[in-house]
Design a protein around this ligand. Structure first.
Ligand code: FES
Length: 96
């Protein structure tokens, strides 16, 4: 079964804002929520909203303003519900 891609901008502005501190936290959050079988975390080139903090993208939705300090709360409040909605719509069974 193909995994859904969750993109994390690895461009130079996001790099300077701490994306390499965000990355391991995201990997841990994906494990914590048992999404490892359905979500593929991928690096992305600049997502073109560099002034808005670290940026992520899932399907057509962008999430900006991410930082090493707020990545967990942003993931659980905004990104996780979007992932669950898309996966539910596409009938991909969630592991819980
Ligand atoms: S470098 Fe991340 S949005 Fe441009």
């Amino acid at each position: 079964m193909a995994k859904a891609n969750l993109f994390l901008c690895m461009g130079s502005a996001c790099h300077q804002m701490g994306v390499y501190d965000v990355l391991p936290q995201l990997q841990a959050l994906i494990q914590k929520h048992d999404l490892g079988e359905v979500i593929e975390l991928k690096g992305s080139f600049c997502l073109e909203t560099c002034s808005k903090g670290i940026v992520m993208k899932f399907h057509d939705t962008r999430f900006s303003g991410i930082s090493p300090q707020n990545v967990e709360t942003t993931f659980e409040a905004k990104i996780l519900p979007q992932i669950q909605a898309v996966l539910t719509d596409s009938q991909v069974p969630l592991p819980y």
